[in-house]
Write a protein of this length. Structure first.
Length: 189
């Protein structure tokens, strides 16, 4: 039976989750694992361990933001892909977050085959690709603050670009800016 258990700093199987996180997401889309695990002073964020009975199989990161819920990451162990775990977990996540608008980020469709497959997979669960790109804050390969083109998907069609831009502005201010500020603190010490 699939369970989502909130992770805390004293984490069993931490190395598994860190390795899964680093393997599953491109370097420009991920932050330092210990930083996201710790996520100081933020009560709107939960990092979940995904278990099948008691076996660790994946992770997901979910945010409860102003007018929407934001699913930041979802990863299943590469050795278990194709066994419908992702579908079962995403269905559970969509149920958990269904009390308001649901937002996720994806790489643009034209980027590569993996991005296309990922978008098509999310569409099968009713998520809708927004018409607009935006620049997601990230740390580049030289450890400098940068951006990468992304899109968002939602569980309902967005009204217009203004609604899209308001959503991405909230994500930047609540998710990325605190991380960038933390990185600035680390650099200055």
């Amino acid at each position: 039976m699939i369970k989502l258990i909130e992770m805390k700093e004293n984490l069993e199987n931490k190395d598994f989750y860190k390795q899964l996180y680093n393997y599953s997401f491109p370097p420009e889309e991920r932050w330092d694992f210990d930083m996201i695990l710790e996520n100081k002073d933020n009560h709107n964020y939960k990092l979940y361990s995904i278990l099948d009975d008691d076996k660790a199989i994946g992770l997901t990161m979910l945010w409860d933001l102003d007018d929407f819920n934001y699913g930041e990451y979802l990863a299943i162990d590469k050795n278990l892909r194709g066994k419908k775990y992702g579908s079962e977990v995403l269905t559970k996540i969509l149920e958990i977050l269904s009390n308001k608008l649901i937002v996720i980020e994806v790489e643009p469709y034209a980027l590569n085959e993996i991005a296309k497959k990922r978008i098509e997979w999310y569409k099968r669960f009713g998520l809708i690709l927004a018409d607009y790109d935006y620049d997601m804050a990230c740390i580049d390969k030289n450890k400098k603050i940068s951006t990468v083109k992304m899109k968002i998907m939602t569980n309902r069609k967005l009204q217009n670009q203004e609604e899209h831009d308001n959503i991405t502005k909230i994500i930047y201010n609540k998710v990325y800016k605190p991380r960038l500020d933390e990185i600035d603190k680390w650099k200055s010490n």
